[in-house]
Ligand binder design. Structure first.
Ligand code: PFF
Length: 454
């Protein structure tokens, strides 16, 4: 028995798990990252590839992560260690822990901007976005503050409280998004944005676009680094992980699609460029707020709710590294939380300074003149998640074994024993083919294609 196991809680109900997993999945990835990546990759055609990636690659793979976590009751490293001790596969779990740590470092920077924007909006501060994020005296403390919130929540063990709160607050965020969509699509000139976002031009698809879509799908569903292994370990044997997983994927994808519908019509109506990158949402949203009655209050409330959505995601990013240190290195939980939080802050500083504060970090000549933050996001938020998912699906399919994984998925659901409508093949058999062959091959082809073009 590993130390720390007795502290492992379990969600009181299936809904508890859905809220926590949806809390991890829904965050800046949906509202900040999805629109900007869509904008950079040509719009509607990217969205089509994204939806295919969610349905065909991410959803089957999600069941794999959840099953691995529930069976082993461990963090990603411990889960692999429990199945194939001291094998090189343990490195895959380690890659997940490291990826979570790096993602948190720059995710915290964007979350810090979001938090700062609550007050910027409320006090009618007119500093342009570019100057706001280029100011090191704002960007670094805001990163620190946001990481501090995350640390305090995980330290105090009040995740459950936050997740319960977010069940009240997230419908409110959804309501504001719907309101902003109505304003956005009724602006004069909005239709060009609708065409960009909804009418696919398939000639825009290439290897880079497909990797971006796949990476965004993994990022948005918190997959590829073992976060869902950790969350699966909190799922009870009685719960139906198939319906739970499907619900999380549907919630998450709907919010991302709605975020695009909120941004693109307004963006085109206001004459901005869709490929502005990470700053896209921060520049467009305040302009929509300015077009609304009570825009100040609505704007501040929006950034507050978005900060809370980001917090339920940063909690899960921190939790992966913390549960690794607690389970495997037998560190007391409270010490692990401060260690990881502090190290993440240091790692996040270069990203915070890469938006104009330090020139050499802001324009990397070897990365198309993009910033250090962009580089981190590409390496960890995209390539590393895809690589992690590739190796974890090979591990689940070939080392752990499809039969054992299916037994775990079926516990509490029985779904995988059913046959596809009108066919003699079961869902379980099809799932096995995906995890063993289709998923790893597709990810490998996409990754190889991109490395070749570098
Ligand atoms: N899914 C989160 C978002 O879309 O904002 C980001 C994230 C959280 C990615 C946790 C990975 C992860 F393990």
């Amino acid at each position: 028995m590993h130390a720390g196991h007795e502290h492992r809680g379990q969600f009181s109900s299936k809904l508890g798990f859905i809220f926590a997993a949806a809390g991890s999945a829904i965050g800046l990835g949906n509202i900040w990252r999805f629109p900007y990546i869509t904008g950079q990759n040509g719009g509607a055609a990217f969205v089509v590839i994204y939806l295919l990636a969610v349905a065909l690659i991410c959803l089957p793979y999600l069941f794999g992560e959840l099953a691995l976590g529930r069976r082993t009751q461990r963090n990603p490293v411990g889960a692999i260690q429990a199945i194939r001790p001291n094998s090189p596969w343990v490195g895959v779990g380690a890659l997940g822990v490291i990826t979570g740590f790096f993602i948190l470092s720059y995710y915290g920077v964007i979350a810090g901007w979001t938090f700062g924007y609550i007050f910027k909006t409320l006090f009618h501060n007119t500093v342009p976005f570019e100057s706001f994020i280029a100011n090191p005296w704002l960007a670094v403390p805001l990163l620190g503050l946001f990481l501090l919130f995350t640390v305090l929540v995980v330290y105090g063990g009040i995740q459950n409280g936050i997740e319960r709160w977010s069940k009240i607050l997230m419908p409110l965020l959804l309501f504001l998004i719907l309101l902003l969509i109505v304003r956005s699509v009724t602006l004069p000139g909005a239709s060009k944005g609708l065409v960009f976002y909804l009418q696919p031009d398939f000639s825009k698809i290439n290897g880079q676009v497909i990797l971006a879509a796949l990476g965004q799908a993994f990022f948005s569903l918190s997959l590829g680094m073992g976060a869902m292994v950790t969350y699966g370990s909190y799922l009870s044997k009685k719960d139906n992980m198939v319906t739970s997983g499907v619900s999380v994927a549907i919630f998450d994808t709907s919010i991302a699609l709605l975020a695009g519908l909120m941004i693109f019509p307004a963006l085109f109506a206001l004459g901005e460029a869709p490929d502005a990158g990470p700053k896209l949402v921060f520049i467009t949203l305040p302009k929509i707020f300015a077009q609304l009655p009570f825009g100040t209050i609505i704007g501040a409330a929006f950034f507050l709710l978005l900060s809370i959505a980001a917090l339920t995601s940063t909690i899960s990013l921190l939790e992966v590294a913390v549960s690794y240190l607690v389970d495997e290195k037998r560190k007391p939980r409270k010490i692990a939380v401060w260690m990881v939080g502090g190290a993440t802050f240091l790692l996040g500083v270069p990203s915070a300074l890469s938006q104009g504060a330090v020139a050499s970090l802001s324009e990397l000549s070897f990365f198309k003149g993009k910033s250090f933050l962009d580089l981190m996001d590409f390496i960890w938020g995209n390539v590393s998640l895809a690589l992690g998912a590739l190796m974890l699906s090979l591990f689940i399919g070939w080392v752990w074994g499809i039969d054992r994984a299916l037994e775990e998925i079926n516990e509490g659901s029985g779904f995988m024993n059913r046959s596809l409508p009108g066919l003699s093949i079961t869902y379980g058999k099809l799932w096995g083919i995906f995890i063993k062959y289709i998923t790893p091959i597709i990810i490998a082809v996409v990754l190889l294609n991109v490395f070749q073009s570098f």
